[in-house]
Design a protein around this ligand. Structure first.
Ligand code: PGA
Ligand code: ZN
Length: 422
């Protein structure tokens, strides 16, 4: 037993220049801290992140969430055993008492949950991934995840860009995590030569703005062609060394039962036809949120048609929520789940959802948010649970590279024991 003797909450800046919640905890003479991330393209049923909606920070202030930690959470958590992660998380869930953590805020609760896990790891002289593995009852935390590296940004993560949110490189042919990162970085370099004008989006991928076509689906093919050109220039072979993944984030262009890509209104069936064309012509092996979360029928036909050919990831669809995920398992939709700590709000619940996925044959991908900090917890979460896959944005911008760099560090330290999920 080690009692939590000190707990402090404060704001730090995230990668969008907005405040987010940080928390520092102490026991004996050991200190640990965690910062929480923040999404922009949200699922409807995510746990709620509390923002002040006042003048400060253009409404994005987090003083209320910080106040909730100081006034409501701290008095209950101080003096608790930091090794009792489940007890700490349960206590906060009870104090909140709502379905979506809207009373205290998932941003407040997660900051405390993760800083306590980090403190417990430090007190045990364990790496965070080793401590998470202990909580998860994983005897062999040695699997480095296959990275999905998001090199082109659109949708809610870019201005006036593509409808589709993420174009990802999947360096499946690499023999280690480090060489996977090298592959992506080399391709990213040649992509940069093609996108000399224009900047990068929220996750560090290029924001194409001057593509010829105005039609949504043609634009997508044009971008895929550019990606293949960059793969080629870097000396890699698409379909052998490198595969492609897309986060369609279809929620965000689904209105009145139609998918409204710029200039096109598609039914679920038509959109599915477009995906079939894509996977027949490009090495696309993973589609995230290919249909909107409200489009249950769309998800059903998507899974029935493509579910045994490619990976279909439910992100906004499941929002790391055990109840929604259970319904999805029963309805047999998707075959993989995106795992995001702040969609559910505690480490304990996140681990439960990963376990559910692994027990039901769903692939797990640990995901970053578009608003991130230098906090690298998701890297350790991926190894601690042998999740198999991670996405942490592009291979530039410190808040993205921090996670990839942490995984390379874990891989170096594991030496011969490390396995790569390529
Ligand atoms: P978000 O984007 O963090 O803005 O939700 C990431 C994703 O959709 O996967
Ligand atoms: Zn997503």
């Amino acid at each position: 037993m080690a009692k939590i003797s000190y707990l402090e909450a404060y704001w730090v800046l995230d990668s969008r220049g907005r405040p987010t919640v940080g928390c520092t905890v102490k026991s004996e003479d050991v200190t640990a801290k965690a910062f929480v991330p923040s999404g922009a393209s949200l699922g409807l049923h995510e746990a709620l992140e509390i923002r002040d909606r006042e003048k400060a920070f253009a409404g994005f202030g987090v003083d209320k969430a910080i106040g909730n930690i100081k006034e409501i959470i701290a008095p209950e958590i101080l003096g608790q055993d930091v090794f009792d992660q489940k007890g700490i998380d349960r206590k906060m869930i009870e104090l909140d008492g709502t379905k979506n953590k809207s009373k205290l805020g998932a941003n407040a609760i997660l900051a405390v949950s993760l800083s306590c896990a980090r403190l417990a790891a430090a007190l045990n002289r364990l790496e965070l991934f080793e401590y998470i593995a202990k909580l998860y009852k994983n005897p062999h935390p040695v699997l480095l995840p296959l990275p999905y590296i998001n090199v082109i940004n659109g949708g809610a993560h870019a201005k006036d860009s593509l409808d589709i949110q993420e174009f990802m490189l999947i360096p499946k042919g690499a023999d280690s995590f480090q060489s996977a990162v090298q592959t992506a970085s080399e391709i990213f370099f040649y992509l940069g030569e093609m996108f000399k004008t224009g900047g990068v989006g929220d996750e560090g991928g290029y924001e194409p703005q001057n593509l010829r076509s105005n039609l949504g689906t043609d634009k997508v093919k044009e971008v895929l062609e550019m990606l293949l050109k960059a793969v080629n220039k870097a000396g890699y072979e698409a379909g052998r060394d490198i595969f492609l993944g897309l986060d369609i984030a279809a929620n965000h262009f689904y209105f009145e039962d139609k998918y409204q890509l710029s200039g096109q209104n598609l039914t679920s069936k038509e959109l599915l036809g477009f995906y079939e064309e894509l996977i027949n012509n490009y090495p696309v092996i993973s589609l995230e949120d290919g249909m909107a979360e409200q489009d249950g029928l769309g998800w059903k036909i998507l899974t029935e048609t493509l579910g045994n050919k490619i990976q279909l990831v439910g992100d906004d669809l499941f929002v790391t929520n055990p109840k929604l995920f259970q319904r999805g398992i029963e309805a047999k939709i998707a075959n993989a789940i995106m795992i995001k700590l702040n969609q559910v709000g505690t480490l304990t619940e996140t681990l439960e959802v990963i376990k559910m996925a692994q027990n039901h044959g769903y692939q797990t991908m640990i995901g970053n948010r578009s608003g991130e900090t230098e906090d690298t917890t998701i890297a350790d979460l991926a190894v601690g649970t042998n999740a198999g896959e991670i996405k942490s944005g592009s291979c530039d911008r410190g808040e993205r590279t921090a996670k990839y760099n942490r995984l390379m560090e874990i891989e170096r330290n594991l030496k011969d024991k490390a396995k790569f999920s390529g």
